[in-house]
Design a protein around this ligand. Sequence first.
Ligand SMILES: NC(=O)c1ccc[n+]([C@@H]2O[C@H](COP(=O)([O-])OP(=O)(O)OC[C@H]3O[C@@H](n4cnc5c(N)ncnc54)[C@H](OP(=O)(O)O)[C@@H]3O)[C@@H](O)[C@H]2O)c1
Length: 253
Amino acid sequence: MAEPGSVWITGAGSGLGRALALRYLAAGANVAGTARRVDTLTDVALAGVGKPGHFHVHPGDLALAGQAEALVAAIERSSGPIRLAVLNAGTHRPSPAAQFSAATVSDLLEANVMTVAHCLEALLPRMLARGQGQIAVNASLAGYRGLPKAAAYGASKAALINMTESLRLELEPAGIRMRLVNPGFVRTPLTDQNDFPMPFLMDVEQAAERLYQALEHGTAFEIVFPRRFAYILKFLRLLPYVLYFPLVGRATK
Ligand SMILES: NC(=O)c1ccc[n+]([C@@H]2O[C@H](COP(=O)([O-])OP(=O)(O)OC[C@H]3O[C@@H](n4cnc5c(N)ncnc54)[C@H](OP(=O)(O)O)[C@@H]3O)[C@@H](O)[C@H]2O)c1
């Protein structure tokens, strides 16, 4: 029996968001999906036909102020209170130092941080008034520490990690559960563009299953996958710079 209320997944048209939406539909949930491209959302709705849940298409550009507010209001009107929001929409672009561009930094902060901030601004007053709700923010293991060619992406994901930790401290006593999702490499259209070896690359359905189980049945603040890669990066995060730079420099040459 699915829990009452709706599940909002941003970036539901592709990759991890799409696979997670289908997993929730298989569990009988009422899922609202957002992305800019309507056709990708319609495709998820079609893929979900025959599954016990219902998929509602709510397209929008979350980088634009005001869109998230309108979307949240529309979702709650048609599908009931959002019990879980998975703020997953985002993108990646490499930013090698030799072509450093402030525009790339600005684009990725807008795509990865402001999309989440707009959703939080729309969701929090409603969840606070109800005294319940769960919000998962999809950051990345790349937000732990500086990695080559990731100055812009890494900065955006580090910002999300810090923002989610900060909110966790304030919102837990108010009945709102913040979850931080830090994936390693998952095979999606985003990583299909990468031209470098991706250690422990994970299948998207497997990643979505892991995320689904953690969101529905786990209680830990941070959700990481694949676990072995996450443990390596957690270890690297503890190293002093004098060890971190030579080790990571060699490993990523
Ligand atoms: N794949 C990985 O290995 C990996 C690892 C760590 C973290 N992540 C994070 O996981 C999340 C999902 O990644 P993915 O690999 O599944 O990427 P993906 O296949 O490219 O999917 C990204 C989704 O976000 C949507 N989106 C992007 N900008 C948006 C905006 N402004 N407004 C609304 N929707 C927007 C896209 O749809 P439209 O283009 O139609 O808007 C698409 O549905 C991202 O935040 C990514 O940084 C991924």
